[in-house]
Design a protein around this ligand. Structure first.
Ligand code: GDP
Ligand code: MN
Length: 364
């Protein structure tokens, strides 16, 4: 789960990492105190380059630029809020990132004196400009470790303790919030020698939801609590199965016959009529979905429950193009319910997939 910049900076502030003074708004300002930076609060990267970070020196200019951003989309994401911040007098821009290295199975701290720009670019051109420090997850990460990390990269000595302090605090955030990414780019040294986090990116681990109260974050509040596994895909054929393996196989068979899955939706084992109904409704929420493939091998799942769920949804969506393959527990009953409602059930997934693709191609 991605946090907005202003949310990341709230956490930074709580952990004692210096951030610029500022506030979030989606309206006009009544005054500005000195030069400001206006930043679109979107979750896509490379915002600055895409025109999402603007500067203003007067109230009139600030309001004009706020309006400009609020009427804009940055890389397809509509801007709903902006962060207005004091403009920091930048002398140098550093990079700090903390991630999990999946190969080493350890948190990895990355630091570079070449900040502000795309860090992947630095990694390609000047890999020696990036210091890497693996943290032993069993041990505490202490301030002296952060200082050691910065020893040989040519930071002026008065900066080392200040930057190390930010690294130490950022790592605490990473651990205590179960983050998968904490990034400060740029971490700025100001003309008067202060260290300030001018940008902030924090991603939280969705598997750690149960350990935290994340309800203060926008993305968490928007999150839907679905009673099934759902992954949206770019195609136009909804794919519903029971069990991850069968659902993946269903996606393959759709591909095999020339179709493109619009989703992976696994209703799991023993799904009730209600869950099946919500699953099919979820798939049909998308207007670009042209047909739905349902593939059920019923064990603890019951074909009659699945059939009832489907029929409920068809009352609201009578014209949906549907192909069902269903076998196992209560198959007879399930087939009967579907048949009474004008839906036939195919015997194999190949037949079902073929039928659906033909239906869509013929525009039936
Ligand atoms: P990003 O493009 O989403 O990473 O947005 P950033 O918040 O990193 O801003 C992009 C760039 O704008 C930074 O790398 C800085 O060079 C510049 N910038 C942002 N805030 C300030 C500021 O307060 N003062 C100055 N001088 N530059 C800033
Ligand atoms: Mn940035």
């Amino acid at each position: 789960m991605k946090l907005h910049e202003y949310e990341a900076k709230e956490i930074f502030r709580e952990y004692g990492i210096p951030v610029p003074r500022g506030f979030v708004t989606s309206g006009k300002l009544e005054k500005v105190e000195g030069p400001v930076v206006i930043k679109a609060q979107v979750l896509v990267g490379g915002r600055g380059k895409a025109g999402g970070v603007l500067f203003a020196d007067t109230l009139e200019e600030a309001n004009r630029k706020i309006e400009e951003l609020l009427n804009k989309s940055i890389k397809g994401e509509k801007v709903e809020k902006v962060l207005v911040e004091e403009r920091v007098p930048v002398k140098k821009e550093y990079y700090l990132g903390i991630v999990i290295d999946r190969v080493e199975k350890k948190p990895l701290i990355l630091f570079s004196t070449e900040g502000g720009v795309d860090i992947e670019e630095v990694a390609r051109r000047n890999p020696e400009k990036i210091v890497k420090y693996y943290v032993d997850p069993q041990e505490e990460f202490l301030p002296y470790m952060a200082r050691n990390m910065l020893k040989d990269i040519g930071l002026p000595s008065p900066e080392i303790p200040k930057v190390a302090d930010v690294i130490y605090r950022a790592y605490r955030i990473f651990r205590e919030w179960d983050a998968t990414l904490v990034e400060i780019n740029p971490l700025v040294i100001t003309e008067d020698g202060r260290v300030i986090a001018v940008d902030g990116v924090v991603h939280l681990d969705e598997d750690a939801y149960f350990r935290h109260d994340y309800s203060r974050f926008e993305e968490y509040r928007k999150r839907e609590d679905l009673p099934f596994a759902y992954v949206e895909l770019p195609g136009d054929i909804g794919v519903i199965g029971n069990g991850a393996g069968l659902t993946l196989a269903s996606m393959d068979i759709i591909k095999e016959y020339g179709g493109n899955p619009a989703c992976f939706l696994d209703i799991g084992g023993g799904a009730s009529e209600e869950i099946v109904k919500r699953a099919l409704e979820k798939v049909l929420e998308r207007e670009d979905v042209k047909g739905v493939f349902i593939n059920i091998m019923a064990g603890i799942t019951r074909c009659d429950e699945v059939a009832r769920g489907i029929v409920e949804v068809l009352k609201k969506h009578p014209h949906v193009k549907l192909s069902v393959r269903m076998m196992g527990t209560r198959e007879e009953e399930g087939r009967r319910i579907l048949k009474e409602n004008g839906i036939s059930v195919e015997d194999s997934m190949e037949e079902a997939a073929k039928k659906l693709i033909e239906m869509l191609n013929n525009g039936e």
